[in-house]
Design a protein around this ligand. Structure first.
Ligand SMILES: NC(=O)c1ccc[n+]([C@@H]2O[C@H](COP(=O)([O-])OP(=O)(O)OC[C@H]3O[C@@H](n4cnc5c(N)ncnc54)[C@H](O)[C@@H]3O)[C@@H](O)[C@H]2O)c1
Length: 441
């Protein structure tokens, strides 16, 4: 279901009318396309406090490899990176205001503001306070900046370990990721790809629920990045599945993921080297308020969305089905993080996915060299959300900082970043792809 309001506000009369009526004016986002894969323009590199990331092979070198022209001053930056890793007290926190106050208005439409912070967990309570302060700052700026600009806080100690993340955030691929706090470090090995345009070349990725919607977009994006894709969906969707797999030069695996032997059947379908990327995307909703929810609605949702994720992950990890350097990306939902009336079953299953990811991540990295992360989509334009009643659908679309729904490709690009061989430092993260939805923190 197309977002007609967004198309209307993109026209001159539409802009005029909605401005006169005081209605929201979402900006059409700049997304990745083969013709325009990168941003072009200037990246304004600022800092607050004395940064530990400075140095010959430090942050400046990594930013220089993004393809943007890095500047200390810019009239119209497409992106601003404020290095606040050196913010340790109230005075250096004030430098965040001093650095960004004069420039926020000049950031280009659909641009980026990225604040870099230090990891939390320091014993110094002054430093802990001001580093935590950056989260409130970033989330508030994301809500007020407008014009399709996203704002993100990245916590890191090593700029090189964050290169794939910085490249993702500083590109059109992250158009719908805003208001997020992402931590880098303590994961698995970081491997720079031979070709940054084809980071998954020679790797095999399996995507569940790949016959349509977000799963289809994930399979297509991983294939674009060079992966051989194995597309899994229920046997009832075999025709669509064959068509997706055929188009992507991959293979189709018709299989109900809730089958007790699903793990063994996946293993049997894989090449002998095993799998490099496992994307748990299949999911269902069976909404009812708890008072009206029969057990079947509860169990079917928990089985597809959580129990099968636990079972297949365990089966693949214990059988060595995920290669060292492997990546697991599971699909949560902002409904799971914030809760939603009528979705006790769905939200329980998706909160469970977040719990699984956080607990498994350190062990999977230590024992198997595999990272485990989750994407948590907000309102994404798919058949699932097209079935939502009009009024609730419109609210879902507008109640976020970007004033519009996301597209399946937004979740797919985030998944591809997490699947990247150089994203080994990103582990145990639950990254919302929600345009900074008002639902939940
Ligand atoms: N669309 C959104 O706004 C949104 C928001 C948050 C989270 N999500 C999550 O993203 C994922 C994809 O959502 P979507 O909107 O593309 O949904 P969708 O309904 O369009 O696609 C889901 C796919 O999963 C498959 N599937 C369902 N049960 C399966 C099973 N037992 N075995 C194998 N495949 C199975 C379906 O056949 C379908 O092809 C889901 O996990 C969903 O919960 C979606």
């Amino acid at each position: 279901m197309a977002d007609r309001y967004l198309s209307f506000t993109g026209t001159t009369p539409g802009r005029f009318l909605t401005r006169r009526l005081g209605l929201p004016q979402p900006t059409a986002l700049h997304r990745w396309s083969a013709e325009h894969p990168y941003f072009t323009g200037e990246l304004l590199h600022l800092s607050a406090g004395k940064s530990p990331l400075d140095g010959p092979d430090g942050l400046a070198a990594v930013l220089g490899r993004t393809g943007l022209a890095v500047r200390a001053r810019s009239e119209r930056p497409v992106a601003v990176v404020l290095d606040a890793t050196g913010v340790t007290d109230i005075d250096t926190l004030a430098e965040v205001h001093a650095a960004l106050h004069p420039v926020v208005r000049s950031v280009a439409r659909s641009g980026r503001v990225i604040v870099l912070g230090a990891p939390l967990g320091t014993a110094d309570h002054h430093q802990a306070a001001v580093q935590q302060a950056l989260e409130g700052f970033v989330r508030s700026l994301g809500k007020e900046i407008g014009r399709g600009i996203t704002v993100t806080l990245l916590r890191l100690t090593d700029a090189n370990a964050a290169e794939s993340t910085l490249r993702f955030l500083l590109s059109p691929k992250s158009a719908y990721v805003s208001g997020q706090v992402i931590g880098i470090g303590g994961g698995a090995e970081v491997t720079a790809p031979a070709d940054w345009a084809l980071p998954l070349a020679g790797r095999t990725a399996l995507v569940t629920g790949a016959a349509r919607g977000i799963g289809e977009a994930v399979a297509a994006t991983l294939a674009r990045d060079g992966a051989r894709v194995v597309c899994l969906d229920v046997p009832g969707a075999a025709v669509e599945l064959d068509s997706v797999a055929g188009r992507l030069g991959g293979t189709a695996l018709p299989l109900d993921i809730t089958a007790p032997d699903a793990g063994a059947r996946i293993l049997a379908a894989l090449p002998s080297e095993g799998l490099d990327v496992l994307v748990h995307n299949a999911g269902i909703t069976r909404d009812r308020r708890l008072v009206n929810m029969a057990l079947e609605r509860w169990s079917s949702v928990l089985d597809v969305n959580l129990a099968s994720v636990l079972r297949t992950t365990d089966a693949l990890l214990s059988a060595g089905g995920l290669a060292t350097g492997g990546r697991i990306v599971a699909t949560a939902s902002i409904a799971g993080l914030a809760g939603n009336a009528g979705q006790t079953n769905y939200a329980a299953s998706k909160a469970g996915v977040a719990g699984l990811v956080r607990a498994l991540a350190p062990n999977a990295a230590a024992e198997h060299g595999v990272t485990v992360n989750a994407v948590a989509p907000g309102f994404i334009e798919t058949k699932m959300t097209a079935a939502v009643p009009l009024f609730i659908r419109e609210a879902g679309r507008r109640m976020n900082s970007l004033g519009q729904g996301g597209l399946p490709v937004d979740v797919a690009e985030t998944t591809a970043w997490l699947a990247h061989p150089a994203s080994g430092g990103v582990n145990g993260q639950v990254v919302r792809v929600c345009g900074q939805s008002l639902l939940g923190a």
